[in-house]
Design a protein around this ligand. Structure first.
Ligand SMILES: NC(=O)c1ccc[n+]([C@@H]2O[C@H](COP(=O)([O-])OP(=O)(O)OC[C@H]3O[C@@H](n4cnc5c(N)ncnc54)[C@H](O)[C@@H]3O)[C@@H](O)[C@H]2O)c1
Length: 432
């Protein structure tokens, strides 16, 4: 068993630390956020990730938390880097937190391996290698071990991944990082550092492309009278295509897809290449969120003075993560059209959502509203007694941005219901 230091106690760092402890390694998680570390030391988990609290509790004897670099690295054999890499104004990845970790690394007088978990542009490993060498840390190894977990299912994804990717400059460092995952049954893709970095960016780009693809198919379905749910089923059963990421909706958000697509686009541009397909994927996603406004206007006319309830705020279900959530764009757009916005979410409680009343129950959010938009696919929405709630709304208009509900049942319950890419009054080819 090994000693692993994890830098970054966010969604990825905590899951990585918890899972390595579960695999039997001794783990120290280091963060610069003192409040976060104090909470973790006191047994409180600062993020919402199903199962994380339990795993941290169960394996508490093998995982501890610190703000001190020296303490974290003292007996470490591996230093995992899981710090944030948000976009800069230019769209490139902001690597300042990564550089801070590299520059803070003390001389330890024995071989350790720095392992990059953060999503970084291709070429970052090479630059880190140079910086380590320039600091005289020539016996510090470097490997890229990108993360593919999804928030909401991150623990399961980590312990039963589709694959583990390890890129290293030295074979033995790659072997050591691969061996850390003993106990996980998954193919291990061994490659050079640049290719490992690109696997992560390319995998995300492929998933985003599927989302924008099915959303465009949905938009054409609306114009022609087809039903995207049936279309996706028929397309996804083709073994060459497969069913995942073919669910039409109001577009992707979150802490990864938007920033990673921009970073890959910029990476290509900085290298003199115009990544046309990815540019279209990003543009389709931007427009998709805004189409909800046109749907609301079709039912309500002007939105000025109307009250619209956003059902779900987090960028997807089973997380409290609000980064790049479509709800933020929708709230802003609705407010700029003069609507009053209120919201419900079972876990996300964003503090910076201006002038949006956040209510504790779906019933409160819907009572007296002119319309509701399903923004996040929380299971509570499928379980709601919609027929009862219809009576409490001012006008029972529901735009289902996640295609969660049954159109026939919703219409039978008295709603003017519209989803994404599904048959609805006013959709389909114009007939004379
Ligand atoms: N969130 C995901 O589901 C996901 C999935 C795959 C990959 N990633 C990538 O993993 C990386 C981390 O993402 P996240 O969502 O966990 O970010 P996060 O913002 O939740 O956490 C990052 C943490 O790093 C800490 N930090 C900053 N500088 C530090 C330093 N010098 N030392 C120690 N800690 C420091 C921050 O205080 C913060 O707590 C990003 O590159 C992201 O793109 C994220």
């Amino acid at each position: 068993m090994s000693n692993v230091a994890v830098f970054g106690a966010g969604y990825v760092g905590l899951v990585t630390g918890a899972c390595f402890a579960q695999l039997g390694h001794d783990v120290v998680v280091r963060d610069i956020n003192e409040e976060r570390i104090s909470a973790l030391q006191a047994g409180r988990v600062p993020i919402f990730e199903p199962g994380l609290e339990q795993v941290l509790e169960e394996h508490g004897e093998r995982i501890r938390f610190t703000t001190d670099v020296g303490d974290a690295v003292e007996s470490a054999e591996f230093v995992y880097v899981a710090v944030g890499t948000p976009p800069t104004h230019s769209g490139d990845a902001d690597l300042s937190a990564v550089w801070t970790v590299v520059d803070e690394l003390p001389q330890v007088g024995r071989r350790i391996v720095v392992v990059m978990k953060s999503t970084v542009p291709v070429g970052t490993g090479e630059k880190v290698r140079h910086r380590l060498d320039a600091r005289g840390l020539t016996d510090v190894g470097y490997a890229s071990n990108p993360e593919f977990t999804a928030e909401g299912t991150a623990l399961r994804d980590f312990m039963t991944p589709d694959r583990i990717v390890v890129g290293a400059f030295r074979e033995e460092d790659g072997d050591a990082v691969a061996a850390l995952h003993d106990g996980i049954a998954a193919p291990i893709v061994r490659c050079d550092v640049a290719s490992a970095e690109m696997v992560k960016l390319a995998a995300n780009a492929a998933l985003m492309t599927r989302i924008s693809f099915i959303n465009e198919i949905a938009n054409v379905c609306e114009a022609t009278g087809a039903d995207v749910v049936r279309v996706a089923e028929g397309v996804g059963l083709d073994r060459r295509i497969g069913p995942s990421f073919l669910r039409a909706g109001i577009g992707y958000g979150g802490s990864c897809f938007p920033k990673d697509s921009l970073a890959l686009k910029q990476l290509a541009a900085n290298s003199g290449y115009h990544f046309q397909l990815l540019s279209a994927v990003i543009e389709v996603n931007e427009l998709q969120k805004r189409r909800v406004l046109a749907k609301l206007e079709r039912h309500l006319g002007s939105l000025r003075g109307r009250t619209v309830a956003l059902l779900g705020l987090a960028f997807k279900a089973n997380t409290d993560d609000m980064r790049e959530a479509p709800s933020l764009v929708l709230a802003g757009r609705l407010q700029s059209e003069g609507a009053t916005v209120r919201a419900w979410d079972p876990v996300a409680r964003p503090r910076d959502l201006k002038d949006v009343e956040q209510l504790d129950t779906l019933e409160e959010a819907l009572a007296g509203a002119d319309a509701a938009v399903i923004v996040t696919e929380w299971s509570e929405l499928a379980d709601l007694d919609w027929a009862a709630v219809a009576q409490t709304m001012k006008t029972p208009v529901v735009i289902d941005g996640r295609n969660m509900l049954d159109p026939a049942e919703m219409r039978a319950a008295g709603y003017r219901y519209e989803a994404i890419g599904r048959a609805a009054p006013g959709n389909g080819p114009e007939t004379t």
